[in-house]
Design a protein around this ligand. Structure first.
Ligand code: ADP
Ligand code: MG
Length: 139
């Protein structure tokens, strides 16, 4: 699953998330990097759906974390865009969310540096013409 992908629209981004879900072997910690609107949440929607949850995924911008119950166990989706300091991550009970069967998908991980578990995957997204370039790296 590692590599660089050219993604034309949101539908393709969701499909990439679905394929990526097939590569996950819990426990996993996935850092999702890229500017606002790059497609991080769309990618997470694909992952969550592919793992068997029909939930509509929206960025937990205000709640910071949302969890989805899937066939692969709980998926914890974090969005740290609004935190001011990494200390705020302490309130999210991350230790409890890092079990052997857990999957963490973290948007804006750079805002939580030092307070987050290290990643097992890094997915970085950049704007490219009207689409996106996505790099998936195993860490
Ligand atoms: P983020 O979570 O990174 O802020 P979102 O996934 O919430 O971004 O939003 C991305 C938006 O951009 C969606 O509305 C999606 O349909 C749209 N979009 C347009 N082109 C693309 C593309 N190539 N890849 C991903 N999303 C795209
Ligand atoms: Mg988002």
């Amino acid at each position: 699953m590692e590599g660089e992908y050219q993604i034309l629209d949101g539908e393709e981004m969701r499909a990439l998330g679905e394929s990526f879900a097939g590569a996950l072997q819990p426990p996993e910690v996935v850092y999702l990097e890229g500017d606002l609107g790059a497609g991080k949440t769309t990618f997470v929607q694909g992952v969550v759906n592919a793992l068997g949850s029909k939930a509509a995924v929206v960025s937990p911008t205000y709640t910071l974390v949302e969890e989805y119950f899937t066939a692969a166990g709980y998926v914890h989706h974090l969005d740290l865009y609004r935190i001011q300091t990494p200390d705020e991550v302490d309130g999210l009970a991350l230790r409890d969310r890092c079990g052997d069967d857990s999957i963490l998908l973290i948007e804006w991980p750079e805002r939580g540096i030092g307070a987050l578990p290290s990643p097992s995957w890094e997915v970085s997204m950049g704007y490219h013409d009207s689409g996106r370039t996505v790099c998936i790296t195993r860490r």
